[in-house]
Design a protein around this ligand. Structure first.
Ligand code: AMP
Ligand code: ZN
Length: 139
């Protein structure tokens, strides 16, 4: 994708603070970090979101998340990690090149990666399980 900023960063055409790189991914520091050490895993190939990325690369992406967070939790150090991956504008995605946020957490950091718990009603439970029935039929 010629006009995609994350394609250019992943390819090294635009400089970035690169924490880790291999044949498939570049892991960079986020320019607007939620907390100190906030990083992004960018595949070198362009896929807009989780629905489009091939299974094998998605699996490698989560392995990369494991590799980086396992080292950085002690290196930073931090007290925890949130792994966040947004798909679609409604979910907060602003750059439409698949990426995984690695967000270090520090006790009392007040970063806003949380939600107010709602209630699972009987009606919602039944409707949602019905909507997802193809998952169980094909498994
Ligand atoms: P999302 O909202 O999930 O699409 O996340 C996009 C993230 O990319 C945000 O956290 C931005 O701060 C970050 N970001 C945008 N442009 C750059 C850039 N040039 N270098 C590093 N991080 C960026
Ligand atoms: Zn791209």
């Amino acid at each position: 994708m010629s006009d995609c900023i994350f394609c250019k960063i992943a390819a090294g055409e635009i400089p970035s603070a690169t924490l880790y790189e291999d044949d498939d991914f570049r892991v960079i520091l986020d320019l607007g970090p939620a907390t100190r050490g906030h990083a992004l895993i960018l595949p070198k190939q362009h896929y807009a979101n989780l629905y489009e990325i091939p299974d094998e690369l998605a699996a490698k992406a989560i392995q990369t998340a494991k590799k980086v967070t396992t080292v950085m939790k002690d290196a930073l150090p931090c007290d925890g990690y949130n792994i966040v991956q947004n798909n679609g504008e409604a979910a907060g995605q602003t750059v439409f090149h698949f990426h995984i946020h690695l967000i270090p957490r520090y006790r009392d950091d007040h970063a806003g990666v949380s939600w107010k718990p709602g209630t699972l009603t009987d009606e919602d439970r039944d409707a949602i399980l019905e909507a997802g029935k193809s998952l169980r039929e094909n498994s």
